[in-house]
Ligand binder design. Structure first.
Ligand SMILES: C[S@@+](CC[C@H](N)C(=O)[O-])C[C@H]1O[C@@H](n2cnc3c(N)ncnc32)[C@H](O)[C@@H]1O
Length: 280
């Protein structure tokens, strides 16, 4: 189908949580010299202009990065995230928002590698332009989940798989969880970060139940909502399910999710969840 374009949503509250968690995982991977491998299953266009017609349509970034841009005294993890986004903007004005592959690129050392998969014919060309030539990165015009399965386990024994589908069809929730189990079988020590939206809570309950009843170990969930669950307003919350998270991650999120729920939540209705879905 491929009608989804991330340019409408770049920098919204969901990207804030997703990219903040991504940055914390990358920082952890960089604490050791040993090489790591990242796979971005659904990489997107790589870079987004927030003054474009797409981003300006609903100005979703206003209740995401835009609401944090000028604030001082941010909790550490939020400050680190905003600092990275600022590094993509030449002036104090927020005009550019980096996607996940460009954020990962910032953390790659000479010994590390990123595989960035994207299926949309327009987005893949934009992604190639955004990445430029970088021998540490393989950009692939390919189906994200099946291609990732073929890359596991990576030669480097450490790494992250970021799974960030657009959930355009209801069955995506089932497909993604099936692939997650296959990935884990091949790379049980890897870190996996699965993004999910909350549009209809029934689908999330299915996803969480499937994970809880699976063979996965050491699974944490972090969620940020801007208003209470409802079937009427599209995405009201989103989260990251992380398998084999860095040991400090839950503490980092405990220190910033209450702040984000308070700052980004609509009319005081923001909320968060930090839960262990499956113990170590
Ligand atoms: C949520 S966006 C990715 C955003 C990106 N990960 C980021 O954080 O900046 C999802 C992307 O997946 C792409 N896509 C959809 N189906 C795909 C598939 N089966 N394989 C690979 N990419 C796909 C869409 O074109 C879209 O660009």
């Amino acid at each position: 189908m491929l009608s989804y374009r991330h340019s409408f949503h770049a920098g919204n509250f969901a990207d804030v949580l997703k990219h903040l968690v991504l940055i914390k995982i990358l920082e952890h991977l960089c604490t050791k010299d040993k090489p790591f491998c990242c796979i971005d299953t659904h990489a997107g266009a790589g870079s987004y202009q927030l003054d474009s017609d797409y981003a300006q349509k609903n100005k979703e970034f206003d209740t995401g990065i835009g609401a944090l841009w000028q604030l001082d005294n941010l909790p550490c993890a939020v400050a680190d995230y905003v600092k990275i986004i600022k590094s993509f903007n030449a002036t104090d004005k927020l005009t550019t928002y980096p996607g996940s592959p460009l954020i990962i690129q910032q953390y790659l050392r000479q010994q590390d590698h990123l595989f960035a998969n994207e299926l949309h014919p327009t987005e893949i060309e934009l992604l190639k332009l955004a990445i430029k030539r970088d021998r540490r990165i393989t950009v692939q015009h390919a189906e994200g989940l099946q291609t990732t399965l073929g890359l596991l386990p990576p030669k480097a024994k450490r790494g992250l798989v970021l799974i960030d589908p657009s959930y355009e069809i209801k069955s995506d929730y089932e497909t993604v969880v099936d692939y997650l189990f296959k990935f884990y079988k091949r790379f049980a020590h890897g870190t996996f970060a699965l993004w999910y939206p909350v549009v209809d809570r029934v689908r999330n309950t299915y996803l969480e139940k499937a994970i809880k009843e699976s063979a996965l170990k050491n699974v944490q969930l972090y969620e940020l909502g801007i208003t209470a669950d409802t079937l009427e307003h599209g995405m009201t919350a989103s989260g990251m399910i992380v398998i084999n998270p860095p040991w400090k991650l839950a503490g980092d999120l405990q220190a910033c999710l209450p702040y984000l729920a308070n700052t980004l939540g609509l009319e005081g209705h923001g909320f968060y969840r930090i839960e262990t879905l499956v113990a170590e």
